[in-house]
Design a protein around this ligand. Structure first.
Ligand code: MN
Length: 244
């Protein structure tokens, strides 16, 4: 659908990130929050709508404290399969760095929610275009009512993520829970691990377990690429949140 910008920014022969994917749940909309150690650490907040993931980059991460408003910069739509993406985006690629799935679950609109996914999606899209989304999250870390509200604070793509006051509201810092809900690993642990958690039929590990990746392009040619040994040596990182 609207993935042209996503695809334009990436070279899929070089990055393990997914290219597409279709929604798997018939009656629920999903969300994912990824912690991304790129040129600057941020959290990617993604809500399923229209078969893709509407995405915001939140520099400080979500908060469960209703008195805290978190800046959320809207970025390009991501493919549905991105919800499972955890691993390392290699040096020199857009958004190079380590990604973990920090939280995931389902969500629905706060008002007029029904058991009908299409109806819920319709309400949410209307709110998205109006610049004010209100929804209920059912994650492992993020639960209850939230609002995403468009603001002019940092240009046309800036929004604020705000927790509503409900039984899940707390002043405790939820980002202190720093492990992946998939692998139970922290960013640092994923960085150090030799096996990528992310799986793709484009990637094959050598028997030595070295970080050699064989990637087959659509044209049929195969090439061998050796990754840099340390993910810390990040020289060509691209900032992919437009912020001042
Ligand atoms: Mn990101």
């Amino acid at each position: 659908m609207s993935l042209s910008l996503y695809k334009k920014k990436r070279s899929f022969s070089d990055t393990p990130e997914p290219e597409g994917g279709r929604s798997t749940l018939k009656d629920k909309l999903v969300f994912v929050v990824q912690k991304h150690d790129a040129s600057r650490l941020h959290y990617d907040f993604r809500l399923e709508m229209e078969g893709v993931l509407k995405s915001w980059a939140i520099p400080k991460g979500p908060s469960l404290d209703p008195s805290v408003k978190r800046l959320a910069m809207m970025v390009e739509d991501h493919p549905f399969d991105y919800r499972n993406f955890e691993g390392i985006i290699p040096e020199g690629n857009y958004g190079a760095g380590t990604v973990i799935v920090w939280d995931e679950g389902t969500y629905e609109p706060l008002e007029d929610a029904s058991g009908n996914k299409k109806e819920n999606e319709k309400h949410l899209l209307k709110q998205l275009h109006a610049g004010s989304l209100k929804f209920v999250m059912h994650g492992k870390k993020l639960k209850g009512e939230f609002a995403l509200v468009k603001t002019s604070y940092q240009g046309e793509n800036s929004w604020l993520l705000i927790k509503h006051n409900d039984k899940y509201a707390t002043p405790a810092d939820v980002t202190e829970k720093d492990k992946s809900v998939i692998s139970k690993k922290t960013i640092t642990q994923v960085e150090k691990t030799s096996d990528k958690i992310w799986k793709s039929n484009r990637e094959q590990r050598t028997s030595t377990g070295k970080k050699q990746i064989t990637k087959t392009k659509e044209s049929g040619d195969t090439r061998l690429k050796t990754e840099k040994k340390s993910a810390k040596k990040k020289t060509k990182r691209h900032s992919h949140i437009a912020m001042k």
